[in-house]
Design a binder for this molecule. Structure first.
Ligand SMILES: *Cc1c(COP(=O)(O)O)cnc(C)c1O
Length: 405
């Protein structure tokens, strides 16, 4: 038997922990916004590995960075620093509000570092009574026990015993409840400028400004979780730049490595100084291979033609989805920013987002869901117009199939 016939979806259930339920197809190769499975079938990728593959698959600049660095030096640990990490930190500092960078390997780890740092700052500047972390319902911040508890879905954090404490969840975009919850006890607010997993819900300008103002008034730190919205996803390098509201701490992952695991926590020098030698760390954080790949991603994203083109691609998606909706009447709205878009299902299709995802895959388009009622699109930032059109044409057939029952 060939390996392809034995390395299949059925084997997953025999050798893997059952916490995922992957699709039946097994992709083996990707190029740009196209992916091929074991049988040679092709798919247009509007999922991008959940907002990760921001330059598509096997982008030449990334392949080059990976192979070049792969022949030089893979790993050292933080007993030594390394050139790719220094260069990447410098690039992030040059392009953002940040003055200091901490590297990790995943969004959850970057958020874990941000939350630990915020608690540390409150403890050292004030005292142990300043411990409240404010977060939002439907928010998502990762799966470590601290971050999943800060996330706004109790279902994800229940069932693992005692949780980290002093975490309050408020309704998103509700200024009144925010004002009520704040006090001198407030240590930090962790917020996604646009909720991703929670359903592609942008924060209103008014709400983010209120969060910023209240943090200032109460000496609390504002943490923007830009794990999903960062690395150019909204058409700006980071979404805070689009809002014009600057956080104290920002976390980045997903698109930062474009498919190679890396994350970063960005902050100011004043805040960073509380993370003294020995207070926090990671074996792989700032790994030269990961940093070299992330550098190539940022080098491409920050070239003059990439981010300005995102808005036109976004509009092409919205127009295409609007045309599909005019025929089939399945969405109540298409929302989001840049190439982080959500098509919310109308009353007739509540709870059926996954049906659209499954049908899309059958017709050769990969997309995502964000909760049970939103079909999510997070394609490559450099996807071609032709690929958008072809993927949407396939998606239309999927919609027709769902509508037909
Ligand atoms: C995906 C995501 C995370 C978690 O990132 P991991 O790399 O899976 O740990 C955290 N926050 C947001 C907003 C995300 O979208």
């Amino acid at each position: 038997m060939s390996e392809q016939t034995t390395l299949n979806r059925a084997l997953f259930d025999e050798v893997m922990v059952p916490n995922y339920n992957p699709a039946a197809i097994v992709p083996v190769r990707g190029e740009g916004s196209r992916v091929w499975d074991q049988t040679g079938r092709d798919f247009i990728d509007f999922a991008g590995g959940i907002a990760v593959s921001c330059l598509g698959h096997c982008h030449p600049a990334m392949v080059n960075a990976l192979t070049q660095q792969g022949q030089k030096l893979w790993h050292l640990s933080n007993v030594f620093t390394n050139e790719p990490a220094l260069k990447l930190a410098q690039t992030l500092v040059d392009h953002t509000f940040a003055e200091r960078v901490y590297f990790a390997n995943s969004g959850a780890e970057a958020n874990e570092a941000a939350l630990k740092l915020a608690r540390r700052v409150a403890l050292e500047r004030f005292d142990e009574t300043k411990d409240q972390i404010i977060a939002f319902k439907q928010g998502f911040h990762g799966r470590t026990f601290f971050t999943v508890t800060v996330g706004g879905q109790a279902a994800y954090s229940d069932g693992f015993g005692p949780k980290p404490g002093a975490i309050d969840h408020l309704p998103f975009n509700d200024v009144a409840s925010l004002k009520e919850a704040f006090s001198e006890r407030t240590c930090a607010v962790m917020i996604e400028p646009m909720q991703g997993e929670g359903g592609i819900i942008p924060a209103s300008d008014e709400f983010l400004q209120a969060v910023r103002d209240l943090c200032n008034q109460h000496n609390a730190l504002l943490i923007f979780d830009e794990v999903q919205t960062g690395a150019g996803r909204t058409g700006h390098l980071y979404a805070y730049q689009k809002y014009g509201i600057v956080p104290d701490i920002l976390t980045s992952a997903k698109g930062l490595g474009g498919g190679f695991p890396i994350a970063a926590m960005l902050t100011t020098a004043e805040i960073a100084k509380h993370l003294k030698v020995g207070t926090h760390g990671s074996t792989y954080g700032g790994n030269p291979l990961a940093c070299a790949v992330a550098q190539s991603v940022l080098d491409v994203i920050t070239t003059p033609d990439v981010l300005p083109a995102v808005e036109a691609k976004s509009q092409r998606f919205r127009d295409g989805l609007a045309a599909i909706n005019a025929k089939y009447h399945v969405f109540s709205e298409v929302r989001g920013m840049g190439l982080l878009l959500g098509a919310a299902l109308n009353a007739d299709y509540q709870g059926r987002a996954r049906d659209f995802l499954v049908a899309a895959a059958e017709h050769g388009t990969m997309c995502l869901v964000a909760g049970a009622n939103v079909v999510r699109f997070t394609p490559s930032l450099v996807i071609s117009d032709q690929e958008i059109d072809e993927g949407l044409a396939r998606f239309e057939k999927a919609v027709a199939q769902v509508v037909a029952g």
